[in-house]
Ligand binder design. Structure first.
Ligand code: NAD
Length: 510
């Protein structure tokens, strides 16, 4: 059997008119200063689904001015945690109310399955609620043991104006990993969503306005990295940049931000391994491997894109992976049964294919897939579920982010060998281990160079638990209390009690 589980286009109509997206600057919806616009073509349906204002340096200038003056006036930063939490909770309720509308635009712009988009929007609402809880429980420190004549305070203050730059693969979820935490801290923000997926950030802006967040606190500029993202990063009135995207652009942001030494927080790429030991529950591991690599069509920083399987079970495990991969429902993202949708652009589709061809030319063995996947009734780009075996650690398919539904299989014999393969990577975002032996799991968790380690599971995430990477996967953390910390500065206040200070120069006596 070689065929795949293709979900043909259903009869669900996409909106007759494209979504019109404009900038949100100082509480007003605005077209670009020069009137420029751009279109987003749906990767699954091939038609224009969004018509967006295309920002330029003048639009960034206005948005940063609004965020700066709003912050400096204290409109938001001096509100109480209770007031901030109330508004964040209101936004969460509005996200729930608009879930289906947001999910539809997310699917049309990104190509992801509608059922997945709905879950992501629910998850995003939860992040707004969690951030609201942090707004009320945020506090500094007191030091009462500095001597009887001293009291020390550490105040937590908002960093100031945060530039938020997001990618296309989880547009609504990722802006929700940043913005509510920035707002809970008391920051104001200028957001730039990816040029591929502007619509749902604009809908979020509408909900923020409806919730009653004051004008100028949240500003949105649509457009491309050059000039919008670059201008935001270089602007001296911006105090920090929080960026999620590719490692290459992350490095460019660090360089640009160096000019003003602003704080930079980065969530970047990954080449995440799952190590499978023979004593694991192989059925569970198999399901997690297939989920890990095909979820979001592999366009996922946490994609489990390389598996490292013990040699004793490798042949059987790969054969079962191939069988299960054939059963994954690929196709029309608007069909609720679909689990894998379209690839973001034709250029990205070609890049995925290049990676697979290069691996084959280098001696790897394509066990399944390896080319585009036509979906009857749709005019978009889809890629076959692909399993590549006989991969060695030095091949580019084992080291670089393919960002597609492509699994690389490597093998090992000992725990030391597995750890060496895991850590032989420029990236360090996440890693997983499958074993019924708790000692194996714990040793793996301690020795893997990764921001997150999953044992006997994959890609479970919680608002309470921090997320981020080591090495070239980024710096800083999102979510949990750490996610709030990113948007806070510490200010030391040292207070003398009573007139106890010994003079540096003795006063003259009369
Ligand atoms: P990208 O780096 O191409 O773009 C991300 C954002 O940066 C977009 O809004 C883009 O317009 C903007 N941008 C581009 N050039 C810029 C510049 N010079 N200055 C400022 N902004 C600029 O990434 P992408 O293709 O949108 O997303 C895919 C990448 O994101 C993958 O590498 C993936 O691993 C990574 N990612 C990481 C995480 C994480 O949490 N670690 C999550 C999701 C995606």
């Amino acid at each position: 059997m070689t065929d795949f589980n293709v979900v043909a286009a259903g009869d669900r109509a996409i909106p007759a008119q494209p979504f019109v997206a404009r900038h949100l600057i100082d509480g007003e919806w605005r077209t670009s200063a020069d009137g420029a616009t751009f279109e987003r073509v749906s990767p699954s349906h091939g038609s224009v689904v969004t018509l967006a204002s295309k920002g330029g340096s003048e639009d960034v200038e206005r948005a940063v001015s609004a965020a700066r003056s709003t912050f400096d006036k204290g409109t938001w930063s001096s509100t109480s945690g209770k007031e901030r939490a109330t508004l964040l909770l209101r936004v969460a309720d509005l996200i729930d109310r608009e879930r289906d509308r947001i999910a539809l635009m997310e699917t049309l712009e990104s190509g992801k399955p509608i059922s997945q988009a709905k879950s992501e929007i629910e998850g995003a609402a939860d992040l707004w609620r969690y951030a609201a809880s942090l707004a009320r429980t945020m506090h500094g420190e007191s030091h009462n043991s500095l001597g009887s004549d001293m009291l020390g305070l550490v105040l937590r203050e908002p960093v100031g104006v945060a530039a938020i730059i997001t990618p296309w693969n989880f547009p609504f979820l990722i802006v929700s990993q940043k913005l509510p935490f920035a707002l809970a801290a008391g920051c104001t923000a200028v957001i730039k969503p990816s040029e591929m997926t502007p619509a749902t950030t604009v809908i979020l802006g509408e909900l923020i306005v409806e919730a009653g967040v004051p004008a100028g606190v949240v500003n949105i500029v649509l457009g491309h990295g050059d000039p919008v993202g670059m201008a935001m990063t270089a602007d001296p009135r911006v105090d920090m940049v929080t960026f999620t995207g590719s490692t290459g652009v992350g490095k460019a942001i660090v360089t640009a931000a160096a000019g003003t030494l602003k704080k930079v927080s980065l969530e970047l790429g990954g080449k995440n391994p799952q190590v499978i030991f023979p004593d694991a529950d192989l059925q569970d591991a198999l399901d997690a491997v297939v989920f890990g690599v095909y979820f979001n069509a592999g366009e996922c920083c946490n994609s489990g894109s390389r598996i490292i399987v013990h040699e004793d079970i490798a042949d059987e495990f790969v054969a079962r992976t191939v069988d299960l991969s054939r059963r994954v429902p690929f196709g029309d993202p608007l069909d609720p049964a679909t689990k894998v949708g379209a690839i973001i652009t034709p250029e990205h589709h070609a890049k995925i294919d290049r990676h697979v061809r290069d691996a084959a030319a280098g001696g790897a063995d394509i066990r399944l897939g390896g080319s585009g996947l036509p979906v009857p009734g749709l005019n978009g780009q889809f890629y076959q579920p692909t399993v590549v075996a006989n991969v060695s650690g030095n091949m580019s398919i084992a080291r670089e982010e393919v960002f597609g539904p492509v699994l690389s299989v490597l093998t090992f014999n000992t725990l030391d060998e597995a750890i060496a393969l895991v850590n032989d990577a420029e990236y360090g975002l996440s890693a997983g281990v499958w074993s019924d032996n708790v000692h194996t799991c714990l040793e793996f968790a301690r020795r893997a160079h990764a921001g997150t380690v999953w044992t006997n599971t994959w890609m479970d995430g919680f608002a309470e638990m921090p997320f981020g990477g080591v090495k070239e996967s980024g710096q800083g953390r999102e979510l949990g209390r750490y996610g709030l910390e990113e948007f806070l500065e510490a200010k030391t206040v040292a207070m003398r009690i009573g007139r106890t200070r010994a003079p540096w120069i003795e006063p003259q006596t009369a």
